[in-house]
Each structure stands twice: as C-alpha cells, then as structure tokens.
Write a protein that binds this ligand. Structure first.
Ligand code: BEZ
Length: 262
C-alpha cells in the first residue's frame, strides 16, 4: 500500500516498491519504446529522471550509456541500488537538482505529472544538459485518467465529503501548455505528441490496486473504511465502461516531448 507522509507541510508519496514492481511493471514496459525516441548511443551520459526501481536505467546501461538514475523516493532508490548495484542512483528532487551542463540527454518516463510546479523542474533539467543536449519525456497529458478521477470525486462527494482540489496530486498538461513552459526556459521543442494509451490493469482487482498504488492522495483526510467503500462503488460505477472479461482498462492519455538546449 502507498502512504502519504507530510514533511514540512509538503505531501510526499511513500511508494510500495514491491507492489510497483509486481503489479505495475507496465510503467517500465511502456517506457521501452520511449527509449527508441531517445535514440541513445554508447558513451553518452544520460540522466534518468524519476528512475523508479531502475529498470529503464538498466536498459540504458546495457546499451553502453553512462547513466545516472534519480528519484525523489528513498525507497525506490534503495530498491534500484539493490537490483542494479553497478549503476549510479541517487535520491534527488527534480525541482532542486544541481547538475550543471553534465548530460547529453535527460530522459523521463511517467514522472513529470507528479511534479509541481513544472517550470522549476524544467529549469533544473535545462541546466543539467550540455549545449545541444536533448530532453525526452513521456508523462500523463491533458485528460489523463479523467474517467477514473471523475468517478472517485463523484463518490467522495456523494458520500458527504468535500473533495479538495489541492488533493489532486497530478499535473496533466496539453502539449501547447507544456511546450510553452519548455520554450520559456529556453528549449527548442522539436517534437510534441498527445495520444490515448488505454492501459491494461491485470485482474478483477486491477482498478482497486491501481487506486491504492497511484490515487490515494485524492482520499486525503477520509477514514480508511469509508475510502474502501468508495473504491468499491467506483468499481461498480465503472465496471461496464472499463472492465473487460478479466481485466480493467485505464483511460491513460500521454504526452511525449523532445526539447533541445540551444
Ligand atoms: C500515468 O502514468 O499517467 C499516471 C500514473 C499514475 C497516476 C496518474 C497517472
């Protein structure tokens, strides 16, 4: 189960790394074709931003890339180091990284929708790149998991609780919004795409597991027994729309971008 802890008033995600590796391995599986967009070559120095438990960093390492993986979760980094002891990993927050002109590329899969404000992270990404370096990222775009989120909010409100907008942990921009932010810090945006990527959540409990893993923050302040009742109602509400024989389909919408540091 994922928990949320508050340090100095800021919410931090406390990932369950085993659940992440076992039931949500699709995160790094989908990341494999983002590596194709990155077009890494041996000898390049590449930062994997939001590396999780290190699976994509390991693939870059196998190609001969000099890769450093960073993630703001201590648990993820601990697990990454255990799985891939020869790769360099460290705990870093994208908004306060201090790398200066070190990397040929910054690569980020399924991370940037967790990071607010986005411009602070973009500035650090920009600073960390060498001139002509590239930033290649994929994350949740405008409308991502909207059907699931709307159903959760509806159940919270119908149960007599107030949904607080600041409990929504995600930033899901359109490509025009994100390209503008990239241009503001100095990137030349050479590629931007917004696409549907229906995502299979394995098993009868796929949606419930996904909510426990990724969407707990929406229920901040709600007692656990009430929350579980609401999740059951969300499942009933969405079954016809998102359940198919033996699995759920989450309504993912992604954006992919490439920016060049000029
Ligand atoms: C995503 O990868 O799009 C995502 C993952 C968890 C929560 C929300 C979005």
């Amino acid at each position: 189960m994922i928990c949320h802890i508050k340090i100095k008033g800021v919410l931090h995600l406390d990932w369950n790394t085993n659940l992440y590796d076992q039931k949500h391995s699709f995160v790094s599986k989908y990341g494999k074709n983002l590596i194709e967009l990155l077009e890494p070559t041996a000898g390049e120095k590449i930062l994997d931003l939001g590396c999780g438990t290190g699976d994509l960093a390991q693939q870059l390492d196998e190609i001969g890339v000099d890769v450093i993986g960073v993630d703001r979760s201590e648990k993820m980094i601990k697990q990454a180091k255990t799985k891939y002891p020869l790769i360099e990993f460290s705990v870093q927050d994208a908004r306060s990284m201090e790398f200066q002109q070190e990397f040929n590329a910054v690569f980020s899969n399924a991370t940037l929708h967790w990071i607010k404000p986005p411009s602070q992270a973009l500035q650090c990404i920009y600073n960390s790149l060498k001139r002509e370096g590239r930033f290649v990222a994929e994350f949740g775009g405008k409308g991502n998991v909207q059907i699931i989120t709307n159903a959760i909010i509806q159940q919270i409100e119908e149960s007599g609780f107030e949904f607080q907008a600041e409990h929504n942990p995600w930033f899901f921009p359109s490509i025009s919004e994100y390209s503008t932010l990239m241009e503001t810090v100095g990137f030349r945006v050479t590629y931007a795409q917004h696409f549907d990527r229906p995502t299979k959540l394995e098993g009868e409990n796929g949606l419930k597991n996904w909510i426990h893993m990724f969407a707990n923050q929406l229920f901040e302040g709600i007692p656990v027994d009430k929350k579980e009742e609401m999740i059951t109602k969300v499942e009933m509400q969405l079954k016809e729309l998102l359940f198919n024989e033996d699995h759920w389909i989450a309504d993912y919408k992604r954006i992919r971008v490439i920016g060049i540091k000029e």
